[in-house]
Design a binder for this molecule. Structure first.
Ligand SMILES: *Cc1c(COP(=O)(O)O)cnc(C)c1O
Length: 405
């Protein structure tokens, strides 16, 4: 059956206190009870629809959580103050001292740093491996392994995880498959392909206006409740709580996500095809030349395409820097980390977002220092953008000789 994330979000109805078409924003950190008994029960987590304290839950955060759960097809979801707030809470909920994680090696720099540098302090160790080789993932599993972790489409190298293959390995060994779907909201619905828990940075495409950080964990009611447990929940106790005002604004932006994702994908595909024809080293999972193309084709919700991220290898760091500066001077995008904005954003991940990864390891995973990561914007006239980008490359002599001639 066709899974339609946008319809699922749109089928939800929340009204404001006075019949407002948007739900009222909860502006309280604490809530009164008419009876002491109800307060006690709420503490115990037993009273549906009652609120206690906004680090635990708030109406605005629940609305946003339910909309994101609808998008991913999960039972429920918990929103958090950042993507890292979601990722670290999930890991610390599932793992304790002595446990082990198998993770993709090309994951978000912050996630990588947390697993590599921080978790060993808690005696939790991670094996990083090539996520596109499920047999390599399985080879690392030990009796101590508590999760398989990957990004559906990885940052920054755009490797595509075969979620079905990874899920069958996870099930065979009785461990959850945790998927960061930040690069491909709506494009890929990981739970449909066997993932157990989905996390997102809402900071990127989902909010889409580069004005806030946020995160979410989508999963079963049981798992999400455990995260909020007042005595043992990692989200509750570590305190990465989203503010209600922000939850309300992210919810409003979420309602146009399907239109934005289609346009991001359409524009990225257009540029990737042209760059490839120009003989440039472009990586985009929508191109048949991408090693993960067939896997992604099998997984996507087709109307949303292959996402808005692509990479281009400018040959070396000097070329990459010169190109990014010139693109910015020509108002074709901004030299900035992050992604999912209306404007194209670009950065050289080797020296920015993936700088947590040691140079040697960057080389090994194919992260060259001339690599530019693009988050393609919502440009109305992408042909005009392409022509202007191409002119910059001509001026800088970055196009292959045959094309310049
Ligand atoms: C940005 C990002 C994160 C971290 O999210 P924050 O909101 O910055 O904490 C995690 N995973 C991926 C793939 C990201 O791009």
């Amino acid at each position: 059956m066709k899974f339609e994330p946008a319809n699922k979000i749109q089928d939800l109805q929340y009204f404001g206190e006075y019949g407002g078409v948007n739900p009222s924003i909860s502006d309280s950190s604490t809530y009164t009870f008419l009876s002491a008994k109800t307060m006690f029960d709420t503490f115990e987590g037993n009273t549906e629809g009652c609120y206690l304290y906004s680090r635990h839950s708030s109406p605005s955060n629940l609305y946003l959580g339910e909309a994101l759960a609808a998008m991913e097809g999960s039972e429920t979801a918990n929103v958090t103050a950042s993507g890292m707030g979601a990722i670290t809470a999930v890991i610390l909920q599932l793992c304790e001292a002595g446990d082990h994680i198998v993770s993709g090696r090309t994951v978000y720099g912050g996630t990588y740093a947390f697993m590599k540098n921080f978790l060993p302090r808690l005696q939790i160790n991670t094996s990083f491996t090539d996520i596109t080789k499920p047999e390599a993932v399985e080879a690392f599993i030990t009796p101590e392994t508590k999760m398989i972790y990957c990004e559906a489409v990885s940052n920054p190298l755009l490797e595509v995880a075969d979620l079905e293959a990874l899920s069958s390995i996870a099930k065979k060994h009785g461990v959850p498959l945790v998927v960061d779907n930040t690069f491909t909201p709506m494009n890929i619905s990981p739970l449909k392909h066997g993932a157990d828990i989905v996390v997102h940075s809402l900071t990127k495409f989902i909010n889409g206006s580069s004005d806030t950080v946020g995160g979410v964990v989508c999963g079963t009611k049981e798992f999400c409740l455990s995260l909020k447990d007042v005595n043992s929940g990692a989200a509750m106790l570590l305190g990465s709580t989203m503010d209600s005002l922000r939850a309300a604004s992210v919810l409003k932006n979420l309602r146009t996500l399907h239109i934005r994702m289609k346009k991001h994908s359409e524009n990225a595909m257009y540029l990737a095809e042209r760059f490839e024809m120009d003989g440039l080293k472009v990586v985009y999972p929508g191109l048949p030349s991408h090693p993960g193309h067939e896997t992604m084709k099998r997984m996507i919700n087709p109307e949303y395409g292959y996402g808005g991220m692509l990479t281009l290898d400018a040959g070396n760091l000097d070329n990459a820097n010169a190109l990014m500066e010139m693109l910015q001077e020509n108002n074709l995008g901004y030299l900035a980390v992050s992604l999912g904005f209306y404007k194209t954003l670009f950065s050289a991940p080797g020296t920015s977002t993936s700088s947590e990864i040691p140079e040697e390891e960057q080389k090994e995973m194919g992260l060259s220092d001339g690599l530019i990561r693009f988050s393609i914007g919502l440009d109305q006239d992408i042909e005009r953008t392409y022509k202007a980008m191409r002119r910059c490359m001509e001026v800088l002599n970055i196009l292959p000789a045959a094309v310049n001639a």
